[in-house]
Write a protein that binds this ligand. Structure first.
Ligand SMILES: Nc1ncnc2c1ncn2[C@@H]1O[C@H](COP(=O)(O)OP(=O)(O)OP(=O)(O)O)[C@@H](O)[C@H]1O
Ligand SMILES: [Mg+2]
Length: 308
C-alpha cells in the first residue's frame, strides 16, 4: 500500500496537568477522506493543529507528507490547506483580496493569484461577492471563502475543522458538494465534526474520539455494523414514564437505551419490535423506526449522545 500522507503514533498533547490528546494512533492515505468524530472537548482541534504545525505536540510520533511538523513546518504548510474552526478572514479586505493576500504568504506571484482567485471564487460560488467586504457576507459565505482561501496553494491535504457548524441545511449541502468535488479531484480531506450525518456523508473512514482517546475506527458502515443493530425504534412515553416503562421493554430488542426524552430499542427488525411494544399494551406517545447511525455507535461506545 502507498505511504500514508499523515501518520500518528502515540500522539499526545498535555496542557499543564490536563491531557487533551491521550496517545492516539492513526494513518491517513492519499486521496482518502478521513474524519475525526467526537463531542466538544474530545481533542479534535488540538489534533488538527498539531498536524498543521501550529501547535507543538507533547509526545508521540507524527509525520505529515513524510516530514515531522516540529522540524518542517513551512515545507508541510506549503502543501496543506487549513480551514480552522473559527473563520479568521481579514475583515478589512474585500473577498477576492482575502484569497490573494493569503496566497502572498505562500510567496505565490500575483500573476498566478489573480486567475487562481477567480477560479476559487467560482468554485465557492462567490463571484458576485468578489468585491464585497468580508463583514457583509453571511456565515455560509464566510465559510466558503475560508475554504476557497485554504485552496489557494493547491494543497495535497485539506484540513477542515468543523466545516459546517453554524450553517443552515442548504448551506451545508452546498459545502458538502464542494468538498466531494475536491475529493473526486484527488485531494485528501481531513475533517473534524460532531455531526454524524456529516461524517456519514463525507468520510471514507473515521476515528471516534472522546476525552483524547480513540474509541473506534472504521468506515461509517463498518462502525455501525460492529457497534449497533440494523434498526432502532425510538419511543416516547413522556419524561416521567420513560424510566418506568423500560423494564417492560425487556427482550423486545437486542438492548435498550434510556435517554431523557425517549427510549431507543436496538433491533434488526424495527417494525416487528414496534408491534411487540404495542402488543404488550405500552402505547408510546410517539414512535419512529429508523436505520442505525453513527450517533448510535457513539452512544454505545461512550454512553452519551453526541449532539445534545
Ligand atoms: N490552550 C489550552 N489550554 C488548556 N486547555 C486547552 C487548551 N486548548 C484546548 N484545551 C482543552 O483541551 C481539550 C480539547 O480541546 P479541543 O479544542 O481540541 O476539543 P475539540 O474536540 O476540538 O472540541 P470542539 O468540538 O468543542 O471544538 C478541551 O478540554 C479544552 O478545554
Ligand atoms: Mg474543535
Amino acid at each position: 500500500m502507498a505511504e500514508p500522507v499523515i501518520s500518528a503514533r502515540g500522539l499526545r498533547k498535555v496542557y499543564g496537568d490536563f491531557t487533551a490528546v491521550d496517545g492516539i494512533d492513526f494513518e491517513v492515505r492519499a486521496g482518502e477522506s478521513f474524519g475525526l468524530l467526537g463531542p466538544n472537548g474530545a481533542g479534535k482541534s488540538t489534533t488538527m493543529r498539531m498536524i498543521g504545525g501550529t501547535l507543538d505536540r507533547s509526545g508521540g510520533e507524527l509525520t505529515v507528507l513524510g516530514m515531522d511538523p516540529a522540524d518542517h513546518g513551512p515545507e508541510i504548510r506549503a502543501h496543506l490547506g487549513v480551514v480552522p474552526q473559527q473563520d479568521n478572514l481579514d475583515e478589512e479586505l474585500r473577498v477576492r483580496e482575502n484569497i490573494v493576500m493569503y496566497g502572498r504568504y505562500f510567496g505565490l506571484p500575483r500573476s498566478y493569484l489573480l486567475p487562481r482567485s477567480q477560479e476559487l471564487l467560482a468554485f465557492a460560488q462567490l463571484e458576485a461577492k468578489a468585491d464585497a467586504k468580508v463583514g457583509d457576507l453571511s456565515g455560509g459565505m464566510k465559510r466558503r471563502l475560508t475554504i476557497a482561501r485554504g485552496l489557494v496553494n493547491e494543497p495535497k491535504i485539506l484540513m477542515l475543522d468543523e466545516p459546517t457548524t453554524g450553517l443552515d441545511p442548504q448551506a451545508r449541502h452546498v459545502l458538502w458538494d464542494r468538498l466531494f468535488r475536491l475529493k473526486e479531484a484527488g485531494t485528501t480531506l481531513v475533517v473534524t465534526t460532531h455531526f454524524m450525518d456529516e461524517a456519514e456523508q463525507l468520510c471514507d473512514r473515521l476515528i471516534v474520539v472522546d476525552h483524547g482517546r480513540i474509541m473506534a475506527e472504521g468506515s461509517p458502515r463498518q462502525l455501525i455494523r460492529e457497534h449497533s443493530t440494523r434498526e432502532v425504534v425510538e419511543v416516547r412515553f413522556g419524561s416521567e414514564r420513560n424510566a418506568q416503562v423500560v423494564a417492560q421493554l425487556e427482550g423486545v430488542g437486542a438492548r435498550n437505551e434510556v435517554l431523557p426524552d425517549r427510549i431507543l430499542v436496538y433491533t434488526d427488525d424495527g417494525e416487528a419490535a414496534l408491534e411487540e411494544i404495542n402488543r404488550r399494551g405500552l402505547h408510546p406517545i410517539t414512535s419512529l423506526v429508523r436505520r442505525s447511525s453513527l450517533e448510535d455507535v457513539f452512544l454505545r461506545l461512550t454512553g452519551r449522545t453526541l449532539v445534545d
